[in-house]
Design a protein around this ligand. Structure first.
Ligand SMILES: Nc1ncnc2c1ncn2[C@@H]1O[C@H](COP(=O)(O)OP(=O)(O)OP(=O)(O)O)[C@@H](O)[C@H]1O
Length: 307
């Protein structure tokens, strides 16, 4: 069961008095592309660094292939966490060159693919002799993507890989990722805030919210399980009674309710033909509804509503 799985059991983490992770349970299975999504500051980077033994959990356990990850060289060499690069390190500028990062990655990862790294460097136009502090944000992202893809690590984690990339390069990255995935069947975990465009790439969505995994589900199943039901107030209320409501938007005598179907549940769209409009919900909206905090249920505050 645990063969080549990365298993996280009841992991907690606090920084001072701030409890970021409150008991995370998560199993990463081989041969999938996962998307880790969550609001700013929810603890995505913290969780990813703990999963890969780069940060210590407060409590709980992380195992790879049944063995604890912490200070376990065999497990760690199978896990690549290609972090976002920063133009500054400690108290100064990051004067390391791209080639120095690539060289240490080549030493660390036993499955490092030098020919593939060279292909990506050429493809992305990376100047290997350029210092990180002299690179723009997009170029730094391309260095981390190169390390991640060329690492050959069975479980490869990319933290906000498309940050700073223009739409062409984001598209190129997704295509390269899918190509490598098809070729190697490695497991990838991506954290991203650009949810809608990643939806076609991510097989499974993991939503981290309020310190725990709020949801882990096949992306298409999640999208298929949510529906907007739109129409006259009383008809909508009648139609959606008994369904989980994720959101309600009132527009005069009309309303639009987002419902979430439970496994095996369906909505009788035909029965309401001519009375109600039933449509798909964008993944980004599903994410917004599922990660709202107390007090945010009524949507966003408007400057026009000030008293
Ligand atoms: N080394 C640290 N010391 C103190 N607090 C930290 C440290 N690292 C992270 N935090 C805090 O922990 C919380 C979670 O941070 P983290 O970077 O894991 O979130 P995130 O979900 O990756 O955020 P984002 O989406 O904005 O990148 C934040 O409030 C952050 O300020």
């Amino acid at each position: 069961m645990s063969e080549n799985c990365l298993v996280c059991t009841q992991v907690t983490k606090s920084y001072g008095k701030k409890e970021v992770l409150k008991g995370v349970d998560l199993t990463i299975e081989p041969g999938h592309i996962y998307g880790l999504i969550g609001r700013n500051g929810v603890g995505k980077t913290t969780l990813l660094s703990i999963l890969t033994g780069q940060n210590r959990a407060g409590a709980g356990e992380i195992t790879y292939n049944g063995q604890p990850v912490w200070e376990n060289e065999t497990a760690l060499s199978a896990l690549c966490f290609s972090r976002e690069l920063s133009p500054t390190i400690l108290f100064g500028q990051n004067t390391l060159k791209a080639k120095e990062y690539l060289k240490s990655a080549a030493c660390f990862y036993p499955n490092w693919d030098a020919a593939y790294a060279d292909f990506l460097i050429k493809e992305f136009g990376i100047d290997k002799n350029k210092k990180i502090c002299k690179m723009n944000k997009g170029m730094m992202s391309l260095v981390t993507i190169t390390i991640a893809l060329a690492s050959g690590a069975p479980i490869t984690i990319l933290d906000e890989p498309v940050a700073g990339l223009d739409v062409y390069m984001r598209d190129r990255f997704y295509a390269l990722l899918l190509e490598e995935y098809a070729r190697s069947n490695r497991t990838f975990i991506l954290s991203t805030h650009i949810i809608e465009e990643a939806a076609n790439v991510l097989e499974e969505i993991i939503i981290l919210n309020d310190g725990v995994v709020r949801l882990k589900e096949n992306t298409q199943d999640l999208i298929d399980s949510c529906l907007y039901v739109n129409g006259l107030d009383e008809v909508v209320d009648r139609a959606v009674s008994g369904y989980e409501r994720l959101n309600t938007e009132q527009m005069g005598r009309h309303k639009m309710v987002c419902i979430r179907l439970k496994p095996g549940q369906s909505f009788p769209t035909e029965q309401y033909r001519g009375e109600l409009t039933v449509s798909a919900v964008p993944l980004q909206k599903i994410f917004v509804y599922l990660t709202r905090q107390a007090g945010e249920e009524n949507g966003y505050a408007s400057f026009n509503d000030r008293t």
